[in-house]
Design a protein around this ligand. Structure first.
Ligand code: DP6
Length: 360
């Protein structure tokens, strides 16, 4: 399949105005996407757990406008006008216009709200871009009612990817793969797909407690971050490693081998940060408290034989991952020993979810 698959035929129907609302979750990568080629094509395949509570809800209202020579839209976050969000959305619209040729025909009002605080250091681009992509697909469906549900979701993921790479993993499924991988049939660089193989009971309802170590704005934008992988001395080896780690995870998910799961997930997190530390320019995005937490987690694991582990985004916050049957003990540990390292003691309890609230 190529990009062409997502260019629609001429629209037969029309719509004057209306509005659609969608909710879409954030996700946390187990094998990380870090490095991309032209047109938001990932340098390596990635896989993520979809989250359940960290969500963005977006209402997209549209009305036909007179001229069709430019994009016209306003953005609101929690009812407050957010002009600083506009450049990112303008870039998104420019990238997707080819696939949604109606974009310049309407004025849009984009009203968005997150279940997590905007200044939590939790990236809202995955949930935000996927929710917006779904709203746009609802408009397309009004123009082409015969769109199948499969195409709807796949194209929503395809469009979301063009807004923010990781957003294409937020549409459907608890485990989502994005990026072509030899052993994963149907995997694609163009959109995310539900992980197609067996997943052991051990990984059902997995928990993710997000420790908010640093709630500030991102120190390195994702665009700058991904670009650091161009000409990076270890890039080639790293991209190969991502393929290998995903291969190993296939067996891990099948057999329920949590020990190997932990090794891969923690190694991926540290590798992501190692890539940043060894690029030019270089960055350290962990904070002293990130390291305190990691060491505490390792200590607790050794002492109690728990299956707790951590992963990281491109920032200082720590995602603590653990199986459902350990929730009580781990939460006790988090409250007693880790919360002190969080900014204002804040953390978010989440778990694996199943994607956007879809009712097609
Ligand atoms: C470290 O999806 O935010 O979270 O495509 O430039 O929007 P853009 O990047 P983005 O990168 C996410 C990187 C990551 C790892 C991951 O989610 O796989």
């Amino acid at each position: 399949m190529t990009e062409k698959h997502f260019i629609p035929k001429a629209y037969k129907n029309s719509a004057e105005k209306g509005s659609y609302t969608w909710s879409s979750p954030s996700n946390i990568a187990l094998v990380k996407y870090w490095g991309k080629k032209e047109n938001q094509i990932p340098a390596n395949p990635s896989i993520s757990f979809t989250l359940n509570h960290c969500k963005t809800t977006t209402k997209l209202s549209f009305s036909k406008k007179e001229n069709d020579d430019e994009f016209s839209f306003d953005v609101f976050l929690d009812d407050e006008k957010k002009d600083d969000f506009k450049p990112k959305i303008e870039t998104f619209f420019n990238r997707i216009e080819k696939y949604l040729p109606f974009l310049k025909d309407y004025h849009f009002k984009i009203e968005t709200a997150n279940t997590f605080p905007h200044s939590s250091g939790i990236a809202s681009s995955a949930s935000g871009m996927s929710a917006l992509a779904l709203c746009l697909m609802s408009i397309e469906q009004a123009l082409v009612p015969e769109i199948t549900n499969e195409h709807f979701i796949q194209k929503a993921s395809f469009l979301a990817r063009l807004g923010s790479g990781s957003a294409c993993r937020s549409l459907e499924g608890d485990l989502v793969v994005w990026g072509k991988h030899d052993q994963i049939e149907g995997s694609s660089d163009l959109f995310g797909v539900k992980y197609p193989f067996e997943v052991h009971q051990n990984f059902k309802n997995y928990k993710d407690t997000i420790l908010l170590v640093d709630k500030g704005e991102k120190q390195v934008s994702s665009t700058v971050g991904h670009n650091l992988m161009h000409d990076h001395p270890f890039a080639k080896k790293r991209f190969k490693q991502a393929h290998e780690n995903l291969s190993t995870l296939i067996n891990v998910f099948k057999t329920g081998d949590i020990k190997t799961f932990i090794e891969i997930v923690e190694s991926e997190a540290l590798t992501l940060h190692a890539m940043m530390m060894t690029s030019m320019p270089y960055f350290i995005l962990m904070k002293p408290n990130t390291l305190e937490i990691i060491n505490k987690i390792w200590g607790f694991r050794q002492k109690t034989d728990s299956n707790i582990c951590f992963t990281l985004d491109a920032g200082a916050n720590v995602h603590v991952l653990y199986p459902e049957n350990e929730a009580e003990n781990v939460l006790e540990f988090i409250k007693n020993e880790l919360v002190v390292f969080c900014q204002k003691g804040e953390y978010i309890n989440d778990k694996i979810g199943f994607g956007a609230e879809i009712n097609l």
